[in-house]
Each structure stands twice: as C-alpha cells, then as structure tokens.
Design a protein around this ligand. Structure first.
Ligand code: NDP
Length: 266
C-alpha cells in the first residue's frame, strides 16, 4: 500500500487556521490516504527546507509567507506567476511547484454580490495583490488603500489608483474589502476610524478576508447595516481548488466542495 501522504499549512500565526479540519475531512470522506497538519514558521526563508525535511506532498501558505513561498518555488504556474504570490505548494517529483488559489476563492465568495464595478481593497500584502489583479482582470475598477506607502509601489506600477491614510478621498465604492491582518489576532481597524466609517457608509457591500471572528471591521459593517461577509467562503473556495491539486484531480471540484463544506458545520 502507498505511504500516507502528508500536507501542512505554514504560517505565523497558524493556530487559528481551519485548513487542517477542511482538508482532513475531505481526505477521510473521499478515502484519500493523507493527513494535513499545521506548521508554525517564523522565518519564511526556511520554508523550502522545512517542506522537504517534513517530507510533505503539498502545503498551503498563510500570512506572512506567501511571497516567500513564491521565491521558494522551482516553478510557479498560472495566476501566481503574474502576481508573485503563492498559497499552494505541490511536491512534483522533488520539485516545488507553486499556485495561487486565493483569488479564484474570493471570486467564488462574492458571486452573490450584484453589480460590483468599483472596489476598494484595503491592504497591500499578498492577498491584496491576488484579489486586486483578479478583479482588474475581470474588468472592475480597483483602488488600493494601505497603511504604509512603500508597499503600494507594486500597485502603482500595475495601474491601480493607490492611497495611504493621509490622502484617501471619501469616494463611493460598490465593495470595500479588508485584506489586512488587522483584526486577526488584535482588535485593530485596518484604517483609522475617521476614514473607514465614511467609506463604509457610502458602499453597498463589504468583505473581510479574515474568518472565524467578528473583526472590528466587520463589527463596524454590521453597525452600519451594510451587507457583508467574512472570509469563510473565500477560505472554502481556495481550499477546494488547493485540495484538487493535492489529490491530483482525482475527484471533481463538486465532490470536494460538498465534503469540505460539511467541515464548516463542526
Ligand atoms: P500580508 O502579511 O502579506 O499583508 C498584510 C497587510 O496587512 C499589509 O498590507 C499590512 O500593511 C496590513 N496590516 C497589518 N496590520 C495592520 C494594521 N494594524 N493596520 C493596518 N494595516 C495592517 O498578509 P496576507 O495578505 O497574506 O493576509 C492578509 C489577511 O488575509 C490575513 O488576515 C489572512 O488570514 C487573510 N486571508 C484569508 C484568506 C481566506 O481564505 N479567507 C486567504 C488569504 C488570506 P503594511 O503594508 O503597512 O505593513
């Protein structure tokens, strides 16, 4: 019998991650001989050696190592190549292959939001890159707001309108998305309240990439009576696509989604 395959999620922090629960449930229900664990990683440059030391077949990467994951790859495929951000790794005969499933996961998550044309992305990290590029490719007008100006350079080069806290106009957006890690393990807003509140007051929809808790951003959306969602559907969307790579397309996306969705009931 073939040895059990081992998968993991790398991150810092990583203990909040639901990925082990989601993937293990799919492996079990679809009788795929594999197990998925978490690895707390401080230093992103140690990603590749840790991956091979642990004899992993594949992995997911979360905050803050997605750009380090891109650098660690022997080959990057698809959309990940365009944005330089990898959230899924596959061991292909000893070579590290990188993909990005976050952006398509997010598109899946906002399917039910109607008439979205103008989007404000808050944050300028790996998730912001994935989402903004994907939305721009889909023909939407995307602006990016971030705490530090330095990290906005990538977006300026990519033709996005960019703002920092001191020069952001109070424009009207159809959708405002928090892709920062503010609120993940603290109680911070992703931007000062005097800026965030009027921006949210004028928008139709809001989404947070963070899942599993009502972040201060989501609490504000709730108080302002905006239609919002947390990052759970995005998590599901990216997880289904990652699992499809892990299981080498042995199962349909529908089969994986059906099982993975059930793990959210636990
Ligand atoms: P990165 O580390 O690449 O980027 C973090 C971003 O957050 C930076 O723009 C940083 O700003 C900003 N930031 C951090 N702290 C604060 C703060 N206190 N106030 C304002 N801005 C802040 O992270 P990722 O892009 O990889 O992930 C971001 C979030 O998205 C995480 O919470 C992660 O869990 C979540 N996520 C969820 C997914 C899902 O499936 N639901 C998938 C992917 C990510 P600066 O540039 O100034 O440092």
């Amino acid at each position: 019998m073939k040895n059990k395959e081992l998968f993991a999620i790398f991150g810092n922090p990583v203990k909040h991650s639901r990925s082990p629960l989601m993937h293990n449930h799919v492996f079990k229900q679809l009788h795929y001989n594999a197990c998925y664990t978490r690895i707390h990683l401080e230093d992103g440059t140690k990603l590749k050696e840790t991956f091979f030391e642990q004899k992993l077949s594949g992995a997911n990467i979360t905050v803050p190592h997605k750009e380090a994951a891109y650098k660690a790859c022997d080959e990057v495929r698809g959309f990940a190549k365009k944005i330089g951000v990898v959230n899924t790794l596959i061991n292909e005969n000893g070579r590290l292959i990188g993909y990005n499933t976050d952006a398509d996961g997010f598109l899946f998550a906002i399917e039910e939001f109607e008439n979205i044309q103008k989007v404000l992305i808050i944050g300028a990290g790996g998730t912001a890159k994935a989402l903004s590029m994907k939305l721009q490719d889909a023909g939407l007008k995307v602006s990016v707001l971030n705490r530090s100006k330095g990290n906005l350079e990538y977006f300026k080069t990519g033709g996005f309108e960019t703002f920092s806290w001191d020069n952001c106009p109070l424009d009207t957006y159809d959708l405002v998305v928090n892709t920062t890690s503010a609120g993940l393990s603290d109680e911070n807003y992703p931007a000062p309240l005097e800026l965030l509140r009027p921006l949210l007051q004028k928008c139709s929809y809001a989404a947070d990439a963070i899942y599993g808790k009502i972040t201060p951003f989501l609490k504000l959306c709730k108080d302002l009576d905006i239609t919002y969602k947390d990052g759970a559907d995005m998590l599901l969307g990216q997880g289904v696509l990652a699992n499809n790579y892990f299981t080498k397309e042995k199962f349909s996306l529908q089969e994986i989604k059906k099982q993975m969705q059930k793990s959210f009931e636990f």
